[in-house]
Design a protein around this ligand. Structure first.
Ligand SMILES: NC(=O)c1ccc[n+]([C@@H]2O[C@H](COP(=O)([O-])OP(=O)(O)OC[C@H]3O[C@@H](n4cnc5c(N)ncnc54)[C@H](O)[C@@H]3O)[C@@H](O)[C@H]2O)c1
Length: 267
């Protein structure tokens, strides 16, 4: 369907946001899921670690007032696997209110330099960060179009895509995250006619376990020296930006790339 020109499309009261990467306990995904639930969204917490998302969904459900009518479910899915994505959406279709937002946070780093990265690692990094984001968009956007009220897509790149690599993640990750930026622009261009916005966030160093505990206090202090705000970011500071990008307030923001990095990368 095509939307009426000049009309801002409101979302239904009962609406679902899918948040991928919501398995990690200290990750950005859980913070986002919590924030969106507090703003009235029903939430699908999706992650390759299905048990972790189910436990998290139970925890979040218990925190919501019963009369809110909101639903939170945890769904195990490898976003780079088409069959797994299809199965996840079959469950979402059966159990959840209409999808109005997709937040793609699932991703993997690659600390390998050009001479270290193997063909297999390259494929994996591109598949999870790039193809996984695409498969989730294809499935969610089809449902948003059917819903007829537009939608919001937020993808996650990294300032590494602009800087070419940092301490923790190098060329393969930079390439995959640059692909996510291009993919977002394509999605914004193709899906705008349905009232669907697509934007990409580029975090700088955020205090999570993405590097498996190697982001020690010493490393954080070292990294902070190059950040105007003199510190690394917290997951809730990314959640605030994403909350805006999925809200009705961002209805005319699309195709844009927003750094959330304390001013580390300016361009
Ligand atoms: N933390 C940072 O400093 C930082 C900086 C820039 C960009 N980012 C990006 O932000 C996003 C979230 O980062 P985070 O720090 O919360 O990471 P995290 O490692 O804490 O969480 C990532 C989650 O993605 C999940 N995941 C991995 N592969 C998957 C797959 N194939 N299918 C489904 N789920 C999968 C993991 O299980 C994990 O729960 C990532 O895309 C990351 O690249 C993070």
């Amino acid at each position: 369907m095509t939307l009426e020109i000049n009309r801002i499309q409101p979302f239904p009261d009962e609406r679902t946001a899918i948040v991928t990467g919501a398995g990690a306990e200290r990750g950005i995904g859980r913070r986002v899921a919590r924030k969106l639930a507090s703003e009235g969204w029903s939430v699908v917490a999706a992650d390759i670690d299905g048990a972790a998302t189910e436990a998290f969904a139970a925890e979040l459900t218990a925190e919501l007032p019963a009369e809110s009518g909101q639903k939170v479910i945890g769904v195990g899915v490898d976003i780079s696997d088409q069959a797994a994505v299809d199965a996840a959406f079959a469950r979402i279709d059966a159990e959840m209110p209409p999808i109005a937002a997709l937040v793609n946070l699932a991703g993997i780093p690659s600390p390998h330099s050009i001479f270290e990265i193997t063909s297999d690692i390259w494929d994996k990094v591109m598949n999870v960060n790039g193809k996984g984001t695409l498969l989730m968009i294809q499935a969610a956007a089809t449902r948003m179009i059917d819903g007829g009220f537009g939608g919001r897509i937020v993808n996650t790149a990294s300032i590494t895509a602009l800087d070419g690599g940092g301490t923790f993640s190098k060329t393969g990750y930079a390439a995959a995250k640059a692909a996510v930026q291009g993919l977002t622009r394509g999605a914004a261009r193709e899906l705008g006619q349905y009232g669907i916005t697509a934007n990409v966030i580029l975090p700088g160093p955020i205090d999570t376990d993405i590097m498996g505990g190697t982001l020690t206090d010493d490393r954080k202090a070292g990294m902070s020296a190059n950040i105007p705000l003199q510190r690394v970011g917290q997951p809730e500071e990314v959640a605030g930006l994403i909350n805006f990008l999925v809200s009705e307030d961002s209805s005319f923001v699309s195709g844009t790339s927003i750094n959330v990095d304390g001013g580390k990368h300016m361009h």
